[in-house]
Design a protein around this ligand. Structure first.
Ligand SMILES: [Zn+2]
Length: 287
């Protein structure tokens, strides 16, 4: 009994030893792990919250193009139209804005390979619109496509009443094939009283910045049209009917081989469109 009693208590002690050792070892392992892992976790966690792109409040702003023309409205008038040729409508007489009348519209000119002016004007206007809209401007066009007839010249000025300015886009058709280069037309004031108005002065300024923008694009003025390619005329009904600063750009001479090659290429049209856009932007931001 005594032996038996002395032996029996040892069994649980032996049996518990491995459990006690396991408990102590695991406790040491856990205790040792905490101070080692926490310092390395904290900087990683802090760094992640500061630089993870998806973390609310820390997302860098999306890069957006500057929109300096936000709130401005530009009226573009691509000259002529694709359906003008053969239409009796365009010979209807309309108010020329100077007390007389003139044809509703004309067919425009073309290059020697029959690239039509109305198509050139339309394609350049669309590219100018795209460039201006990218910079925040609202753009209105005098026509919806390149297939219709008109609008008449009196409407080509009046449609711009709510805009900040009007630019009419054309190309010239001098029969002398050596004639080359751009020119810009502004409305000639009716009299001294009109000449003294802000509107007349603003149109003259618009013409000047457009000339400067064309020269900056390495385009040369046609010396037949006034000094530096800027000329004032009283017979352009669209300009006469404009109630906002207005200018007409004759981008080049369609009968000239070099000008025609530039007009017939998309790269060349982009040169004209960028020059027109740059001039418009310079005018609007500077006023
Ligand atoms: Zn024209």
């Amino acid at each position: 009994m005594g032996n038996t009693g002395a032996v029996l208590p040892l069994r649980p002690a032996h049996a518990l030893l491995p459990l006690l050792l396991a408990s102590v070892l695991s406790g040491c392992a856990l205790g040792a792990a905490d101070p080692q892992t926490r310092p390395s976790e904290n900087p990683r966690t802090a760094g992640a919250s500061a630089s993870t792109p998806g973390t609310p409040g820390t997302v860098p702003p999306t890069t957006e193009a500057p929109r300096p023309l936000e709130g401005r409205t530009v009226a573009l008038d691509p000259g002529h139209n694709g359906g003008n040729a053969g239409s009796a409508e365009i010979t209807r007489q309309v108010d020329d804005g100077r007390g007389g009348t003139k044809d509703c519209n004309t067919t425009g000119t073309a290059t020697n390979s029959d690239y039509a002016e109305h198509a050139f004007n339309w394609e350049v206007a669309l590219e100018v619109r795209e460039q201006l809209e990218k910079h925040g401007a609202s753009v209105v066009l005098s026509r919806d496509d390149d297939e219709g007839v008109g609008p008449c010249v009196d409407e080509r000025g009046a449609f711009a009443d709510d805009a900040d300015l009007l630019v009419s886009i054309h190309a010239n058709g001098t029969e002398d094939t050596s004639a080359q280069g751009f020119h810009v037309i502004v409305p000639e004031p009716l009299d001294d009283e009109v000449a003294a108005t802000d509107l007349a002065a603003d149109s003259a300024d618009l013409g000047e910045v457009l000339v400067a923008a064309f020269e900056d694009a390495d385009l040369s003025p046609n010396p037949a049209y006034g000094e530096d390619g800027l000329v004032a005329r009283s017979d352009i009904a669209g300009l006469n009917h404009a109630s906002v600063p207005a200018a007409m750009v004759e981008c080049g001479e369609m009968r000239n081989v070099e000008d025609a090659a530039r007009m017939e290429s998309s790269e060349g049209r982009s040169v004209y469109a960028s020059a027109i856009s740059a001039g418009i932007e310079e005018y609007l931001i500077g006023d």
